[in-house]
Design a protein around this ligand. Structure first.
Ligand code: ATP
Length: 236
């Protein structure tokens, strides 16, 4: 976890992600990124100069065979309060609306449900498990599918709900997260979503893997490009 903790500490410092007295809810999907973030923020609490409270929340999308027991047990072990909210998002998206591109409606509904839940819990910040490789994939997806040069920010303020969304793992590499999960027995729960590993993001991952194979150093340069506003030269 050393590398993940180093990445969290640097992001918290560089982007001022946490303040004294924050009540942070980690959005836990059950996947490796968010469970690692939860563990990382729990460990970081011990030596962080700023003091904060931590909890975990999951929006259960309504799929059958989604057993969160390992996550519940993990939260108990590391002493983090955990709330699961059951919803019918999967039924709405797949059975009622029969969406051809279900991911965007699902993401919107899930986002609304998470925001409502963390407000109910009295938290002012929502921490998400996005990491550096997600940021590059999102940049490519925005450019190729939407004609926009953008990716998510380390911190966003949702004024309508008065919630700060923070992404403390923006400097962490996906392979470091995979290693941390293995070495620390961090539990994960397989997503029952039929779109899992079948989305535009999976395609982008594959494309980037090929680019990295062919162009050594490309990954680091892409990360530099995301962070370097002085080298930003577009047609406006
Ligand atoms: N059902 C959910 N309940 C609570 N938080 C969620 C849920 N789904 C996603 N999140 C949060 O949103 C982040 C981004 O979601 P996304 O579906 O892109 O996950 P991911 O990149 O596959 O990460 P993970 O490995 O955590 O699933 C997750 O890391 C997590 O923090």
């Amino acid at each position: 976890m050393k590398k993940i903790l180093g990445a969290i500490r640097k992001a918290v410092q560089d982007y001022d992600l946490i303040q004294d007295g924050d009540r942070i809810a980690v959005g836990v999907s059950g996947g490796k990124d968010s469970t690692t973030l939860l563990y990382g923020l729990k460990l970081f609490q011990r030596f962080s100069p700023v003091k904060y409270e931590l909890e975990a929340v999951t929006i259960a999308l309504g799929f059958e065979d989604f057993d969160l027991t390992p996550i519940k047990e993990f939260c108990k072990k590391i002493d983090v309060p955990y709330t699961v909210k059951d919803t019918y998002i999967a039924q709405v998206v797949f059975d009622i609306r029969k969406e051809k591109n279900p991911c965007s409606l699902c993401a919107r509904m899930r986002r609304g449900a998470i925001h409502d839940l963390i407000k109910e819990r009295g938290c002012n910040k929502l921490a998400l498990g996005h990491h550096a490789d997600d940021a590059i994939e999102t940049l490519f997806m925005s450019m190729l599918y939407e004609g926009r040069v953008c990716t998510f920010l380390p911190q966003t303020y949702m004024s309508r709900k008065d919630i700060h969304v923070i992404r403390p793992m923006v400097y962490a590499e996906e392979r470091e997260i995979i290693g941390a999960v293995r070495r620390n027995n961090i539990p994960t729960v397989k997503s029952p979503c039929p779109m899992d590993k079948n989305s535009k993001r999976e395609y982008m991952k594959q494309l980037l893997r090929d680019i990295y194979k062919d162009i050594p150093g490309a990954r680091d340069r892409l990360l530099t490009a995301i962070q370097n506003k002085d080298q930003f030269r577009l047609w406006f």
